[in-house]
Ligand binder design. Structure first.
Ligand code: SAH
Length: 249
């Protein structure tokens, strides 16, 4: 996809977004704010993302996705700081730099199909949707999935499909995937995610104890089906929940 999502926003989209993220504000005010939001977004990418991420497609996506629509209204003024922010239900929208780094690690092509586990706000899914044709994203908390779906829809990301479920099992009906990205940390790599990766596909996933030190892992499935695994350093993600128990796997 090219161009700013706002260019695709119809009146309906604006009204839906107005209702979702700026209760009480009429849509023309939203539109006026946008030039400033865009400036802040470009500054964020220039200062915090571009020094560490080389992939031009990822940088373009980071400049395009309006992160302020994905954060709750009370945190909107901080939407273009390089930090995670609360999105309700004890969950967070990831820090922009980590979103960009994880996306870059997938080495995506435009025709790829990507699975994300942990939709949260929908922001990471939107960044992926700027780069690839098809994004499938699974969220275990129904309210978050509904809200993300509405925002993605209003912004015109018609190439993202959201589902409520336990991402431990991936999304068998839509498999295999060129890339899989997990944004909550399980204690081990869910076997289904390896199975649902195409030969040549890449899985990026934080692994480790809940609230402890986790490692960002890159798993590459070689064309012969064998796996190459690399640890890319320490990260901190919210725990991976399980459908039945709500406990970390
Ligand atoms: N990618 C998100 C980050 C959200 S935080 C964004 O851009 O905003 C991680 C999310 O993973 C949370 O919303 C949490 O509810 C979800 N999650 C945790 N365990 C899960 C599981 N087993 N299946 C699917 N989603 C899960």
């Amino acid at each position: 996809m090219t161009g700013l999502p706002h260019d695709r926003l119809g009146l309906t989209g604006l009204l839906v977004l107005g209702a979702l993220v700026a209760t009480g504000a009429a849509w023309p005010a939203e539109a006026r704010e946008d030039a400033d939001d865009r400036r802040q977004r470009h500054r964020l990418v220039r200062r915090h993302v571009a020094p560490e991420v080389a992939d031009t497609g990822v940088l373009r996506a980071m400049r395009s996705v309006p992160r302020h629509y994905f954060v709750p209204r009370g945190h909107r003024s901080r939407a273009y700081e390089n930090r995670p922010l609360p999105i309700g239900h004890g969950q967070t929208i990831s820090q922009p730099l980590i979103v960009a780094r994880m996306t870059e690690l997938l080495k995506l092509d435009p025709e790829d199909a990507v699975l994300e586990i942990g939709t949260g706000s929908g922001y990471q899914a939107a960044v992926l949707a700027e780069i690839v044709d098809r994004v499938y994203t699974v969220e275990i908390i129904p309210e978050l999935a509904r809200r993300a779906d509405a925002v993605l829809d209003a912004l015109g990301y018609g190439n993202v499909v959201t589902r409520v479920g336990d991402g431990y099992y991936g999304w068998d009906e839509r498999a295999p995937f060129d890339g899989i990205l997990v944004t909550a940390a399980p204690s081990h790599i869910p076997p289904s995610l390896i199975e649902q990766l195409k030969p040549g596909g890449r899985l990026v996933i934080p692994v480790g104890p809940p609230y402890g030190i986790q490692r960002l892992m890159l798993v590459v499935k070689r064309t012969d089906g064998s796996l190459r695994q690399r640890s890319l350093g320490r990260v901190r993600f919210v725990p991976f929940r399980r459908g039945d128990t709500d406990a970390a796997s």
